[in-house]
Ligand binder design. Sequence first.
Ligand code: FAD
Length: 379
Amino acid sequence: MIDFTLSDEQRAVQELARSFAQKEIVPIALQYDKEPFTPEKILKKAHAAGLMNITTPKEYGGHGLSLISAVLIAEELQAGCAGIGGMIGINSLACGPILVGGTDEQKRRFLIPLCESGKTASFGLTEREAGSDAAGVKTKATRKGDQYVLSGQKCFITNASFATLYTIFATTDPAKGTKGITAFVVPRETSGVSIGKVEDKMGMRALNVAEVNLDEVVVPAKNVLGAEGQGFKIAMETLNEGRINIAATALGIARAAFEASLKYAKERAQFGKTIGNFQAINFLLADMAAAVDASRLLTWYAASRCDQGLPFAREAAQAKLFASDQAMWLTTNAVQIHGGYGYTKEYMVEKLMRDAKLTQIYEGTNQINRIVAGGALMR
Ligand SMILES: Cc1cc2nc3c(=O)[nH]c(=O)nc-3n(C[C@H](O)[C@H](O)[C@H](O)COP(=O)(O)OP(=O)(O)OC[C@H]3O[C@@H](n4cnc5c(N)ncnc54)[C@H](O)[C@@H]3O)c2cc1C
């Protein structure tokens, strides 16, 4: 049976996130698109409101909710501002490797303090020479007794400047390719960890993205997630779930652009009638509504398969690539509906268009997500 009705609990978290976004995020979204953003204040509020660490099990300090609840929350927060919403939601990606590959002891040691304090982490896979080809990471991990020494540099790491710990992927043996990659938890205060260049980005300006330098960083072997050589698998499993969150991010951006366009089309008059009554604009609005609804259905479908313990890698890739392509198309046309005003910073839609672009790039570009989805079809 197919039932799209949300449970009372799901409606409650959706409403909580919607009112938080309207009260706390929307009023500051345009300001922090222009000015540097430090997330402490909003994180404190989001943490107090129960909007962080949604799917982390309760015994490890999280809320133990389903991924469906997480995507309901993500859509609402990202509709307020995808950059700020992304900072609030970063632990879902950053702590994914601990949940996927960690032991009970590691989950208790790392997740409980993080969740209870409201602090945040980062996921460190990408390097200058290893983007889509993540198996090419050069960060080296050398075992010395019951410790590892990590050296290298990660780039494009979301929340790097503010994280208290990093999940880092390094190679113990480059000749082994993906099988040589190991996942480590690296606390921020470890000697040799430093932050490099902070990226000056087109959109999602409130999302902190920076390099992480690892200079002879000594990490105890008890910080290895899974076993040596399992890091690539852990990273890919984390990204499968992460892609559903990116689909929800794209959906939030698209919905915000649609709502702004509909409102504008009902208010703006030319040639003696409101522009929403011109068929060209009216049909665009109809296509936008369909794009939002279709993105939401694919996102919910992928999340529900994950919640049910069914395979969901293809569905996650499909939701991510579809929702992000729709968000890009939709935000571009939202600017069009706003005419010249849409091209100015006075209206939110030009920000939404810049924000949407990232959803086609991170957590696997859409070319890579098509490879994932297409590959699954051929198996
Ligand atoms: C704002 C932002 C935040 C990010 N946050 C994080 C983070 O928190 N942690 C992290 O580890 N990484 C993060 N990333 C990195 C992100 O995941 C990578 O940028 C992405 O995977 C692409 O890698 P690349 O930039 O090196 O592009 P490249 O891999 O160099 O790709 C360039 C182009 O070639 C295409 N391409 C590459 N290979 C193929 C192929 N086999 N077939 C077809 N086309 C191909 C790509 O699709 C793309 O269009 C972030 C990136 C950005 C921009």
